[in-house]
Design a protein around this ligand. Structure first.
Ligand code: UDX
Length: 442
């Protein structure tokens, strides 16, 4: 089995390192942050990801998995080097900031002591791989051969372990015969299970990833655009989405109307694609994604407006109970979280906002320390003039509306994720507002 180095131990890299060990390889995870390395070495995952802590502990115990800050040692030891570092949105434009990918790739190339395969997994703008090949050629020591290929990752937060061990597809971009064979050995188990392998050139592999995210984002903005038609026409978008979903060409997934998409991937990836498409002269793709982004950001404003309307035209000194801070359930990630965005916008308008999230309280507090944080649903809704359900955690869907109604000052709920049982909440005395649903169900 090849020895594997994984550079970057965030959501992607930590999960990938643990999964590669689970697939039977010897693995070293590398990060420049000593705190992360220390935590992971001690069996602690620095973020919330279901199933990962258990698998990490199991893999550390096998002796196949370790973590280090020593990139030279790790690269000198391994045969396959995965680049799993972040590509955040640049601070001054929609472009992706490639400094970490470039630094990690250059570090690998520089420290190679024998022939190696560098495998990019990070989400990058199309054309990056070709530039990185030039960087590798300039850095690699004499007498050592290095090949750079792209193998994008499609994992979802909250399902990262499952997605990595059982991928929907394995895309191998820019490989030669020997490097394709090597990666087929790395992924032998999922391939044997039936994961399809797509072998393609470097730019196609880079584009598959961003196009997948752009399509998912488009699907969400499509249903949110239709939701506004439903509202105006007195139709119910949740029923409509179910009916659409029965068509196998459409499918039901990613048709949940509501507050829209956020997180560390979809928003930045569509913006980076918009930027790159423009650079390449593909103006129509860019214009389409601009609309997708605008519809998405408009959903946040819409929920803010609904909350203001629920408080009679102003939220100044009104109490707003916010259920949910994470950008989606089963994660503590609040990067570009629509929920926190709405909570913060209401706070800026003078509302007293109390937020409760089952997992993301701490991460939310460090990003938005000025909001108040509760430790239970009850505490968040106590005395509230309006309650907003902004992330669809099971705990909120299971909550007893009768019990909660009694705690509020004014039992008005805005279900911004379309998952509450509207009839049950109305029956319990709540004024119920849903996105894309008529004010009162006929
Ligand atoms: C996404 C892609 O799914 C994954 O393949 C890629 O590798 C990384 O980006 P992730 O960011 O973990 O994964 O979240 P995802 O489950 O895709 O959800 C993205 C956002 O869309 C969330 O904010 C979610 O609440 C929202 N969403 C999703 C909707 O608003 N409606 C839906 O129907 C589905």
């Amino acid at each position: 089995m090849p020895r594997v180095a994984v550079l970057g131990t965030g959501y992607l890299g930590a999960t990938h390192a643990v999964a590669m060990a689970q697939l039977g390889m010897e693995v070293v995870g590398v990060d420049t942050d000593p705190h992360k390395v220390e935590m992971l070495s001690a069996g602690k995952v620095p973020f919330y990801e279901p199933g990962l802590p258990e698998l990490l502990t199991e893999m550390l115990a096998t002796g196949r998995l370790r973590f280090t800050t020593d990139v030279a040692e790790a690269v000198g030891w391994a045969d396959v080097h995965f680049v799993c570092v972040g590509t955040p949105q640049s601070k001054t434009s929609h472009a992706a900031d490639l400094r970490y990918v470039e630094a990690a790739t250059a570090a690998i190339a520089k420290h190679l002591t024998h022939d190696g395969l560098i495998v990019g997994k990070s989400t990058v703008p199309v054309g990056t791989g070709a530039q990185l090949r030039a960087l590798v050629a300039a850095q690699v020591p004499d007498g050592v051969r290095a090949e750079l290929v792209w193998n994008p990752e499609f994992l979802r937060e909250g399902k990262a372990v499952q997605d990595t061990l059982h991928p929907d597809r394995i895309v191998l971009g820019g490989t030669t015969g020997p490097s394709e064979a090597l990666l087929r050995r790395v992924y032998a188990a999922p391939i044997a299970e039936g994961s399809p392998v797509v072998v393609c050139d470097l730019p196609t592999a880079e584009l598959v990833k961003v196009s997948a995210n752009a399509f998912l984002a488009t699907k969400i903005s499509f249903i949110n655009a239709i939701a506004s038609v439903c509202e105006a026409a007195g139709a119910d978008v949740t029923v409509l989405a179910d009916a659409l979903g029965h068509d196998v060409r459409i499918g039901r997934q990613f048709l949940d109307a509501g507050l829209g998409f956020g997180g560390g991937c979809l928003p930045k990836d569509i913006r980076a694609l918009m930027f790159r498409a423009n650079e390449l002269g593909a103006g129509r793709a860019s214009a389409l994604l601009q609309q997708v982004d605008e519809i998405n950001m408009g959903q946040r404003e819409r929920v803010v407006d609904l909350a203001i309307a629920a408080c009679g035209g102003s939220v100044l000194n009104r109490r707003v109970g916010v259920l949910g801070a994470a950008f989606k359930p089963h994660t503590d990630d609040v990067r570009d979280s629509p929920a926190l965005n709405v909570a913060a916008a209401l706070h800026l308008r003078g509302a007293q906002v109390t937020v409760y999230d089952p997992q993301a309280g701490d991460t939310a507090r460090s990003s938005f320390p000025t909001l108040a944080y509760a430790t239970s649903v009850e505490e968040a809704v106590e005395g509230a003039d309006v309650v907003l359900v902004l992330t669809e955690w099971d705990e909120f869907l299971r909550a007893d509306p009768t019990h909660l109604a009694a705690l509020t000052a004014n039992a008005h709920v805005i279900d911004a994720r379309g998952k509450l049982d509207a009839a049950a909440w109305r029956q319990a005395g709540w004024t119920f507002t849903g996105l894309g649903r008529a004010a009162v169900v006929a």
